[in-house]
Ligand binder design. Structure first.
Ligand code: LLP
Length: 456
């Protein structure tokens, strides 16, 4: 028996949830819409798999994040590794966002997007000499240096260039987030590859603060992604502020504290605290610092972008394997890597559900009329599952499935494995749809392998 909606008005997601959950993807009249555009129309116009982004959601999340931290007037540098399409970086840049880059490529994207160098920070444990030189030439806001050796190299490059880059030392505060953060994405614990050990940071600051080629002026931390407990920031900041005090007692002023990213997105229903909860742990600790002229930098990514995007896919085949129902999509781990890599949960539901069965919640609980499916992709790897045992309305070949909360670390982690073509990206604004990245072609796949003379 299929569950029928009780009224003519189909149930919708509860948009009274946490900040990160509210978005402009919703079911109306038995069809999924992004703002004022039905997803089915996007599939018809652009094909699948396609990443679809909502302008309104992206801007709204950015603006509400800014508001939560308003009391300390931080420079918000959106983390480009999360979502790096130049059109979307431009959109955020126009809202006042800076960019957290982790490579020369991301700095290039930021500049192309019109973001001013003074609003770009560069992180990364293995920056190349060329990337450091580029940062120095551009005059970016801050190079977040991760080792003594990198500091020495940066100093030499800066001297050659006759410039004085602004520098923060990335510190490993040795703070472990709770068990909900995957170990693969925990970055601030002892023995890890990121930053310098807390007990070495003061000495490195003192030694290099007098370097006339550098302006060493602060510290940087990033604890992991996502961090579900605001108290984790509190512990790390208390340690960092001790370090700042220690450095300042030897008369070296600290001008910048960059607290990294790590704020969660809502992948299900209300599993993550809201932005005010994080601000509640962070703002009072940093207010004294900003009151005396210090600048705080924050590098959010997922929390702003994740629910601003869905991956629109099509079911190619339905099949049985033993006692399992399999739905084989045109998208797999090469188009959305997170489930295969971290066993991540992404809510998914048909764009036009059979029997008008609407999801009761993004936790996808079992309800009458649903069927359990393993949702897999076309890739020749046994780990190419997007979901296992997922309850959904009866599916048919050719149906479109939307995979939600994929605006963060979706497109940026795609690959060409199995010579798959990367998806298209489209941006919706009201009733307007704009292609912001073309679907790749076979020619694109071999473009770097063939010289002109090799082309038949
Ligand atoms: N700042 C730094 C220095 C980072 O390393 C990261 C993420 C961020 C900011 C942004 O973190 P967010 O606000 O998005 O949590 N691919 C994984 C996540 C890897 C995170 C890497 N660093 C995933 O799909 O979950």
């Amino acid at each position: 028996m299929l569950r029928q909606p009780e009224s003519t008005e189909p149930p919708r997601f509860d948009t009274e949830g946490t900040d990160q959950q509210m978005d402009r993807f919703e079911y109306r009249s038995n069809a999924l819409w992004c703002e004022e555009v039905p997803l089915a129309a996007i599939a018809a116009g652009f094909g699948t798999p396609t990443y679809v982004y909502s302008t309104d959601t992206l801007i709204d999340h950015y603006q509400r994040f800014v508001k939560a931290f308003d009391a300390i007037r931080p420079l918000i540098c959106f983390s480009a590794k999360v979502l790096s399409n130049v059109h979307l970086l431009r959109l955020l840049g126009r809202q006042g966002a800076g960019i957290d880059a982790v490579s020369g490529g991301e700095m290039y994207r930021a500049i192309l997007a019109g973001v001013a160098p003074e609003r770009i920070v560069l992180a990364g444990v293995g920056k190349s000499p060329e990337e450091l030189r580029e940062a120095v030439r551009l005059g970016i806001r801050c190079v977040n240096v991760e080792s003594e050796a990198e500091m020495d190299l940066l100093s030499r490059i800066a001297a050659e260039e006759g410039r004085q880059p602004r520098v923060a030392i990335r510190v490993n505060p040795d703070v472990a987030p709770d068990h909900r953060t995957p170990t693969q994405t925990t970055t601030g614990t002892r023995g890890g590859k990121f930053g310098v050990d807390l007990e070495c940071a003061a000495e490195l600051f003192r030694r290099t603060a007098g370097d006339r080629s550098l302006r060493v002026e602060g510290f940087h931390i990033h604890l992991g992604s996502p961090i579900f407990d605001p108290a984790t920031y509190a512990v790390a900041l208390d340690r960092l502020l001790e370090l700042v005090k220690e450095v300042e007692t030897s008369h070296r002023a600290v001008a910048t504290i960059d607290i990294g990213g790590g704020f969660p997105a809502e992948y299900t229903d209300r599993s993550a605290p809201g932005w005010d909860d994080y601000a509640g742990a962070i703002v009072p600790r940093l207010e004294p610092f900003t009151r005396r002229g210090g600048q705080v930098i924050i590098e959010p990514g997922r929390t702003i972008a994740a629910n601003a995007g869905v991956l629109l896919t099509t079911i190619r085949y339905l099949k049985r394997s033993g006692d399992r129902n399999l739905a084989v999509l045109d998208a797999g781990m090469t188009h959305l890597m997170r489930a295969a890599l971290y066993d991540s949960y992404h809510f998914m539901w048909p764009v036009t559900p059979a029997g008008q069965i609407m999801p009761a919640s993004r936790d996808q609980p079992w309800t009458d009329g649903l069927i359990e499916y393993d949702v897999v992709g076309p890739i020749c790897e046994s780990t190419d599952y997007l979901a296992r045992g997922r309850a959904m309305p009866p599916l048919g070949a050719g149906d479109q499935i939307a995979i939600f909360t994929t605006g963060a670390y979706g497109m940026t982690m795609t690959s060409n494995y199995n010579s798959q073509l990367r998806p298209a990206e489209v941006l919706v604004e009201g009733d307007q749809v704009r292609l912001i990245r073309c679907r790749e072609t076979y020619e694109d796949l071999v473009a770097f392998e063939l010289l002109d003379s090799d082309i038949p």
